[in-house]
Design a protein around this ligand. Structure first.
Ligand SMILES: [Zn+2]
Length: 385
């Protein structure tokens, strides 16, 4: 009866339908009839973790499922056929976008990781009617100090880019990605990362823009800097900023709760659904704080991830749209995705796993919640009804 007990004690963040609540809470159900189906997935899903989804056969789904990929690295050369610096196949950027549209991806926010990438991302966003972030990733923050004219000039260049692109098609909708990454301090020491994270927060306040945040193995320092810079319970609104999203979240439920209490949103992708601990954290994200992304070309979901058990219930019709059959880069075929290169169309798979983690909540309710959160936070008024 472990599953039932856990379901009863879990907070009902998403308000599942009454029917589901009754069926899981029925006290007279003999234990043998509620054999936890996740036992079938031994090896992927720990039997001791409080993850409440019990796999079922593929379910029928009805609805209109639309997405905004809030974190996609479209400037990556892999979308032009370059894998690890070597041309492996033709440029199939347009085909990637076409597959994404077929999967219900209506728009995207292109992630920038440096001054140079910010210019490229804005250019691409203008061409395709998407949006972009402007900022510098913690692992590239040494660029500030190496820049001609020094760190102040680098920051001024980011500032100017924002000022010139605040309106219309292809505009900047967030400052970032910025933050701290202590898993990769060989690119930039923590002190360097901290200094240039802090300086970019000033841009969010100056332009009243949300933040697109990256935090990896650095939670304590990350929240300390944000608090010191005025990002407390209101996402920095008191200091002129406009909240933000912690993208590619892979932290604990406690860390998620702290960030949400500070006024931030949390974005989930395939990297945040790898382990049973990740699933528990993803499940803990409140509906009014959730967003989805792919982080493509990174963070593909694979068969060894904990997400796999939940994707097995994805209906074939959606599976074909979110995960079309892929080929290896060496045997590239026009019109087919490339193995190991994630695409924005896979965002539906991310949303599906979160839907399954919150059993009883319709898929459309999950996708629409993330849609509305995204439109509101980033001011995507073109996508508002
Ligand atoms: Zn990141």
């Amino acid at each position: 009866m472990r599953v039932i007990r856990l379901l009863k004690s879990a907070p009902l963040l998403w308000r599942p339908t009454q029917a589901i609540v009754r069926s899981v809470a029925r006290p007279s159900l003999p234990p043998s009839t509620v054999k936890p189906a996740y036992i079938r997935y031994r090896g992927n899903v720990s039997q001791n973790m409080p993850v409440t989804v019990v796999a079922r056969p593929a379910e029928e789904v009805k609805g209109n499922f639309r997405f905004i990929d809030i974190g996609v690295n479209l400037t990556d050369p892999v979308f032009r056929g370059y894998h690890h610096g070597r041309k492996k196949h033709d440029d199939d950027f347009e085909a990637v976008l076409e597959r994404s549209r077929a999967a219900g991806v209506k728009s995207m926010i292109i992630t920038s990781g440096s001054l140079h990438e910010s210019k490229e991302a804005l250019e691409l966003a203008k061409q395709h009617g998407f949006y972009a972030t402007v900022g510098c990733h913690p692992t590239r923050s040494a660029q500030f100090d190496q820049f001609r004219g020094g760190p102040d000039a680098y920051l001024a260049a980011l500032d100017a880019l924002i000022a010139q692109n605040l309106e219309g098609k292809g505009r900047v909708v967030a400052v970032g990605e910025c933050g701290l990454d202590y898993d990769r301090t060989h690119f930039a020491a923590p002190e360097v990362q901290k200094r240039h994270f802090r300086s970019q927060l000033a841009l969010a306040k100056k332009y009243h823009l949300p933040l697109f945040l990256h935090s990896r193995a650095a939670h304590a320092d990350f929240v300390q800097i944000l608090r010191e810079e005025g990002f407390r319970g209101d996402g920095g609104r008191g200091a002129g900023a406009k909240g933000g999203v912690v993208h590619s979240f892979t932290g604990t439920p406690e860390e998620a709760a702290e960030l949400m209490d500070m006024g931030f949103h949390i974005s989930i992708n395939g990297c945040g659904l790898k382990t049973t601990e990740n699933l528990a954290a993803a499940k803990s994200v409140r509906p009014d704080r959730i967003m989805f992304e792919t982080d493509a070309p990174w963070c593909s979901m694979t068969s060894t991830h904990a997400s796999k058990a939940h994707l097995s219930s994805l209906p074939a019709s959606l599976n074909g749209l979110y995960f079309p059959q892929a080929t290896k880069p060496e045997s590239f075929v026009h019109g087919k995705p490339v193995k190991g290169r994630n695409e924005p169309g896979a965002i539906g798979g991310v949303a599906w796993v979160v839907h399954r983690l919150n059993e009883g909540v319709p898929f459309e309710k999950v996708t629409e919640k993330a849609w509305k959160n995204t439109v509101e936070l980033f001011g995507l008024h073109e996508l508002r009804e």
